[in-house]
Design a protein around this ligand. Sequence first.
Ligand code: C5P
Length: 226
Amino acid sequence: KTGFQIAIDGPSSSGKSTVAKQLAQELNYIYLDTGAMYRALTLAALQAQVSADDIEGLKSLLANISIDFAKAENGLGQKVFLNGQDVSQKIRQDRVSQAVSAYSARKEVRQDMVARQRRFAESGRGVIMDGRDIGTVVLPDAQVKIFLTASAQERARRRYAENQAKGYSKTSLAELQADIERRDAYDSNREESPLRQASDAILLDSSDLTLAEVESLILAEIKKKL
Ligand code: C5P
């Protein structure tokens, strides 16, 4: 039995997770940050020194890790647990961001993650997931599909401001933009479920929109289908 499903896909730093979190809060839906799951797997692999080419190593890693979420104290957003340990901060480290695309390009990794993600949608409650392949692969029957983009320059600018505010990165604006462009290319050109807009998804370019504007546009789409 599945509840109402909302899929938000798009490139990194397009604002997907911020908007998805707020919508989930407003609608009282389950929110799933699928990028955090790929990041947690990547962290586990880096810790166990399993390279992205080591398929057997990846398979046994996947068979043995647990990835769980818990609501953050502020109500917004989530804590991410890898094998029971809170890795919410660690999965945002540069070394994870730099390695995650290579691991998430692996078919074995994707099949395992997609199966985990679908289980969240089976609770009967409404779900909102953000990622790269939610509308195309994970939830092909989602009632609302959004493809959220913004220019690489604007996304780098936002990520930079976010880092400054959190005070946990020394990465320059130019480096951030280069990393965003590299990940876009990697995610869009991989063989296994590349980043692409589902044919029935609504395209939203947020370059010149505020988060509040993006949120109300998506909410309007949801209300049409509820
Ligand atoms: O969304 P976020 O930037 O945290 O995702 C990190 C990486 O995880 C992406 O660059 C992409 O390689 C991978 N990913 C994916 N499929 C998803 C979500 C994330 O391949 N559904």
